[in-house]
Design a protein around this ligand. Structure first.
Ligand code: PLP
Length: 381
């Protein structure tokens, strides 16, 4: 990711189409923005309690109960400066040298990076297209060693768009209980879910609340990436430890943004559904156009706003160079799959958090460029 950003700085391409960005392109809903303006005008611009304002923690606890069947009380909820801070706090608090953490791969790199900063090792289990990019209990059980501390589950997933079924979560819960493991459940994409799929929180499975840290945030559901508000909920004893590290890291989450987040949770939810519907329309177009490219295969994302097509016919192992080639030749930016780990090699991540027009134009350019490349090589599929 960093390499692509660096590469882009060396070029001067005017009509570049960026399909690499992992954030919704919608404006933050108007009532949320208004709540922030009111908070500023009311002078709510000072430090807040470190763990977040009581009203927001209460609203989050209620949301987790209502939507996720999770019975955390407000004092088990900590509001953080984006769920990314939460990931860092969780790793700093819970992991140490020699610990092992099980993570699906291709993977969102932040968990791995934060674990490694604590001297902990990430053990990867494969997310396979044929299994809808789910982590399986069988793979996890095979990866468990006496050093295993936790399992990280990201569902819906970045970069694969995969989602864990309730059945698979139940089997994973059994493994976690059998080996006395913590589970970190990242549910940040939970509101962006496509037809035929349903989001489930592993913490709601009997016996799992006491070993699960549920992490979430406002960035993706409410198009609030720049406001930097996330949260986690955990058993009281763990949450108290996490809060101490959070306090030392951030003092408190941004005050004004907490009032905006409160309005997001308590206000009308149609905006969330509308955005999700729009992602669904884009997803259809993206899948259709990717499948028109000969020798490209792509799994159907069940949630989030990423497609993870396999371009290995065109790039072999070198997806980094292929991503640069598409920038130079087609003026379209996608991320190399290997930036999400070795198991992503040969793939590209396409974010459909861009307008339909941009997606259509970007994919047309990729189609045209690859057609030219195939005919030059005498490759006719
Ligand atoms: N978790 C996952 C799986 C993500 O993809 C991201 C951002 O892309 C985050 C957490 C961090 O989100 P934020 O810090 O904006 O809440």
């Amino acid at each position: 990711m960093v390499e692509i950003a660096r590469y882009l700085r060396t070029l001067d391409i005017k009509d570049l189409i960026n399909l690499n960005i992992g954030e919704p392109d919608f404006d933050t809903p108007a009532h949320v923005r208004e709540a922030a303006i009111n908070a500023i005008n009311e002078g709510r611009t000072h430090y807040t309690p470190s763990e977040g304002i009581p009203k927001l923690r209460e609203a989050i606890a209620q949301k987790l109960h209502r939507e996720n069947n999770l019975d955390y009380s407000a004092d088990q909820v900590t509001v953080v400066s984006g769920s990314q801070e939460g990931i860092s706090v969780i790793a700093q608090t819970l992991f140490g040298p020699g610990d092992e953490v099980i993570n699906g791969s291709p993977h969102y790199p932040s968990y791995v990076f934060n674990a490694s900063m604590r001297g902990a090792r990430t053990v990867f289990v494969p997310l396979r297209k044929e299994e809808g990019y789910q982590m399986t209990a069988e793979d996890i059980e095979r990866a468990v060693t006496p050093r295993t501390k936790a399992i990280v589950i990201i569902s819906p997933n970045n970069p694969t768009g995969g989602m864990q079924s309730l059945e698979e979560l139940r089997s994973i819960a059994e493994v976690a209980q059998k080996h006395d493991l913590l589970v970190i459940s990242d549910e940040i994409y939970e509101r962006i879910v496509y037809e035929g799929h349903e989001h489930h929180s592993i913490g709601s499975i009997p016996g799992m609340m006491e070993r699960t840290i549920t992490a979430n945030g406002f960035s993706k559901s409410y198009s609030m990436t720049g406001w930097r508000i996330g949260y986690f909920a955990a058993p009281k004893e763990i949450n108290d430890k996490l809060q101490a590290v959070h306090r030392a890291t951030a003092i408190c989450p941004p005050s004004v943004a907490q009032y905006a987040a409160l309005a997001a949770l308590n206000g009308p939810q149609e905006c969330v559904e509308e955005m999700s519907r729009e992602f669904g329309i884009r997803r259809k177009l993206v899948l259709k156009m990717l499948r028109e490219i000969p020798n490209v295969t792509v799994g159907e994302p069940a949630g989030a706003f990423y497609a993870f097509p396999d371009f290995s016919f065109y790039c072999g192992e070198d997806d980094e160079e292929f991503a640069r080639e598409l920038i130079r030749e087609a003026h379209v930016v996608l991320l190399p799959g290997s930036s999400f780990g070795e198991l992503g090699r040969g793939h590209l991540r396409l974010s459909f958090a861009s307008s339909l027009a941009k997606l259509e134009e970007g994919l047309k350019r990729i189609q045209a460029y690859l057609e030219k490349r195939r005919s030059k090589l005498g490759l006719f599929p």
